[in-house]
Ligand binder design. Sequence first.
Ligand code: HEC
Ligand code: HEC
Ligand code: HEC
Ligand code: HEC
Ligand code: HEC
Length: 266
Amino acid sequence: MINKSSIVLCLMLLVGINGGLVALPPGSPGSVAAYAAAAQDKPAPEPEAKAWTAPDQEAALARAAETVPFVEAVMDECKLCRQMRLRETGLSTKDITHSYFVLNSPIINKVEDHYGPVRFMHSKHAAQIQDCAMCHHYRPLDADAKETTRCSACHQEAFRPEHPERIGLKAAYHQQCMECHRDMNQGPVDCIGCHNKNVPDHKDKVQLAANPTPFQVTAECLRCHEAAGQDMLKTAHWLLKGPSPYTLGHRKEVEIGKSTIATNNF
Ligand code: HEC
Ligand code: HEC
Ligand code: HEC
Ligand code: HEC
Ligand code: HEC
């Protein structure tokens, strides 16, 4: 995730490197050792080519892939009793261990997997709601268990004959997340507010020879995305026609696109 502070950090790093303020470790590209290696015709070690991902995203994805054992016995207490008890124990935002979750459980994906993972800003929610029991509505009967057990410990498959009173994990999320968003009139209730389409990895899809021409690349995409190609033909990018409300002296001309005043070889 890119936020303001990471942009500032990047800028600081850039300034630091340009200003010679940052000491590079020996062997890193640009360091004295790297230049010396290049001068002796020894290739400097290649930096490892790996896409960068935010560390908290990697940790969240790893957690999302975990499954926990099913909890059979649940402590029987009324909602208000639980809320009061948790308040008395002093459970609060300081007890939050993970401020950000990715919800993408193998329990659900085994049955259906139409969408990518769902982002859940845990700390932001807890700070706004100030009541852990609103979501962590039950705890296991086991005295050693945590008050804030994961939903997936008690909600798993859509129907479990021994526990017909418990809805499945997908329904548990949908019902709790959407009901509150609806009640509070805040947070998404439409599908795309929480879900991205599961876009397949294009590494296996796109088939191109080495050094393709731009035309070959376009043709390859069109092999599968014909409709997107048709849409493009109706846009101002393709027609190069359209109003120019921001072009001084041409504000009233309706069609001042390149197509009317220049030859288009695009
Ligand atoms: C408030 C957030 C939220 C909204 C709004 C929402 N969902 Fe979900 N949905 C989730 C969460 C969380 C999961 C569980 C993800 C997991 O653990 O795999 C999920 C899981 C699913 C799954 C199963 C997993 C998958 O990838 O296929 C489907 C299907 C689904 N949702 C469809 C919908 C549809 C259709 C809508 C709109 C009517 C919708 N959702 C709206 C949060 C939401
Ligand atoms: C808006 C709903 C919501 C609120 C409010 C909330 N949580 Fe959570 N919490 C969740 C969800 C969802 C998870 C992830 C559950 C999962 O992975 O199945 C979670 C997970 C946790 C976990 C990790 C559990 C584990 O075993 O890994 C802890 C700890 C936790 N919450 C503590 C708290 C505390 C303390 C509060 C109150 C200050 C709080 N939460 C408020 C929804 C909420
Ligand atoms: C310790 C076990 C346990 C945990 C953890 C748990 N639940 Fe439940 N949940 C239950 C039980 C038991 C029911 C059955 C409802 C009843 O008997 O009233 C239930 C019912 C529900 C319902 C149905 C409506 C309702 O509120 O009664 C929703 C929605 C739900 N859970 C969502 C969640 C979500 C989301 C989480 C995680 C933040 C979660 N549950 C964590 C045990 C648990
Ligand atoms: C008890 C109420 C409540 C529950 C339960 C709840 N939310 Fe929210 N949610 C909110 C509120 C309030 C906001 C608006 C917060 C803001 O934008 O400042 C919000 C905002 C959001 C947003 C948009 C802003 C953001 O932080 O990205 C997403 C996405 C979201 N919720 C996902 C979820 C998911 C997924 C769940 C279930 C695991 C869930 N919420 C459960 C109250 C709730
Ligand atoms: C062998 C088939 C195939 C080829 C070739 C292909 N794609 Fe895709 N692409 C898909 C499928 C399947 C999806 C997911 C379904 C969808 O969104 O239409 C997708 C989704 C996408 C999406 C996400 C669309 C959305 O709605 O979120 C983009 C962007 C995309 N492709 C770009 C490209 C580009 C650029 C090329 C050429 C370099 C390309 N694709 C070549 C099959 C292909």
